[in-house]
Write a protein that binds this ligand. Structure first.
Ligand code: SDX
Length: 392
């Protein structure tokens, strides 16, 4: 059943379900959203159009896209009281900690869209989450750097609005650089959805209990934060900084192969892809575009390219089918644009919100949907009688 969680002993660590949103062929390195290849969407589409596709199943007409974009823009502001919520955090709080708290708190501000039995409320909650994530993410950054929050400017695009709220200041005009806006928008597309990954599984499981959509997305954000999942983009850039120059790469390659060393190549490997992650291909080509637009260079990009080349020719990585994933190059781009590493996973969560919301809607809309209840294979002691403490 769509949205049903079935426990299949063949999948010892995941619950599986049916969905029409995203298809992945891990062996071939194929990723389709509602049938459209990620490379074609990244090249030809934009994040609002891909969001519409994920939510509605078809690419929009020009009128449908205009209406959807306008609707989203009407929800970009957050309740003014929410800005007070930020002031409860320390300035040095990790922005992902703030995202978990603030997004979970949204149900306290928008309780008129928490009744999941009402399709109208579900739609409003979905639009609110997609629209407010850029504002909430930008506010988390502004709070961390001690700058004032900027209100959304709906004359800008979804992505341009986010860039201005993040990097603009009240004291001067902020000019969105088209090439940066396009690269940022493409990065959002690459992160929009990815089938039954850990955080989407979390959102679906939370949603299957009937929890309100804001709480479900907050649960997904918490799961995404882990370095084995969405936190890998921050970890990958930190790893490249630690490696530094290409001559140090062999030492780290050997560490990654050493089972006694917890070090892993961050941004490499994947639970499903046993081939090149098609998103990493697009991400790598986007690095140059951003460098050219900003007239910058980053020697870490050369280190990353050399690391990939060495790893892909190393028998260990070849045998274990370890390839760069979506997180390997993204940090280099985000760093060039001006984001601190602590914001990288926040950007992943911002973009993945449309996938989480689309997956949640698909599950909740299924009349046969039941609460998820994966089982465990018991490996503890057989039944036995209680022993009094005087006999232990
Ligand atoms: C994301 O699920 C999704 O779709 C997630 C995601 C999405 O869009 O939602 O794609 C986003 O989370 C991408 C992954 C980001 N994480 C990282 O880049 C962290 C580094 N990667 C590894 O931690 C690891 O590759 C995982 C967690 C991604 C997968 O780990 P698994 O399940 O152990 O991978 P595997 O079974 O394919 O591993 C095969 C072998 C194992 O060794 P053996 O037990 O066979 O001896 O390869 C080893 C692993 O130990 N291995 C690595 C490695 N990744 C796997 N060795 C060194 N460096 C690595 N990066």
């Amino acid at each position: 059943q769509t949205g049903m969680f079935t426990y299949d002993p063949g999948f010892t660590s995941t619950a599986s379900c049916e969905s029409g949103l995203t298809y992945i062929d891990g062996e071939e390195g194929v990723l389709l959203h509602r049938g459209y290849p990620i490379g074609q969407l990244a090249e030809n589409s934009n994040f609002m159009e891909v969001s519409y596709l994920l939510l509605n199943g078809e690419l929009p007409s020009a009128a449908e896209l205009e209406n959807f974009t306008y609707t989203i823009s009407r929800h970009t502001m957050v309740h003014e009281q929410l800005s007070t919520f930020y002031r409860g955090f320390r300035r040095d709080a990790h922005p992902m900690a703030i995202m978990c708290g603030v997004v979970g708190a949204l149900s306290a501000f928008y309780h008129d869209s928490t009744d999941i039995a009402d399709p109208v409320q579900r739609k409003i909650a979905s639009h609110r989450l997609i629209a407010k994530m850029p504002t909430i993410a930008a506010m988390a950054y502004k709070y961390s750097v001690g700058q004032p929050f900027l209100y959304p400017d709906n004359k800008l695009s979804y992505t341009g609005n986010f860039l201005r709220m993040t990097f603009g200041v009240p004291a001067e005009e902020y000019e969105v650089i088209p090439a940066v806006e396009k690269a940022m928008d493409r990065i959002f597309i690459l992160h929009a959805d990815h089938e039954q990954n850990a955080s989407t599984s979390t959102v679906r499981l939370a949603g299957s209990s009937g929890a309100n959509p804001f709480a479900c997305i907050a649960a997904g954000i918490a799961c995404l934060w882990g370095p084995a999942h969405g936190g890998a983009n921050e970890a990958a850039l930190n790893m490249l900084k630690e490696i530094g120059t290409p001559d140090k790469i062999p030492h780290y390659i050997e560490r990654a192969k050493d089972k006694n060393d917890p070090f892993r190549l961050m941004g490499f490997g994947h639970r499903v892809y046993k081939n090149y992650d098609p998103r990493a291909t697009v991400m790598q080509s986007t690095v140059r575009e951003v460098f050219d637009a900003l007239k910058v260079n980053d020697p870490l990009f050369e280190t990353a390219l050399r690391l990939e080349e060495i790893a892909l020719n190393d028998p260990y990585f070849v045998e274990k089918k370890l390839f760069p994933n979506v997180d390997f190059y993204s940090g280099i781009i985000l760093n060039a644009i001006g984001f601190p590493t602590t914001m990288f996973t926040v950007l992943f969560a911002l973009a993945r919100t449309v996938g989480w919301v689309a997956q949640w809607n698909e599950m909740i809309s299924d009349p046969g949907q039941k609460i998820g209840r994966p089982r465990q294979l018991y490996t503890g002691p057989a039944a036995r009688d209680y022993v009094g403490i005087d006999k232990r």
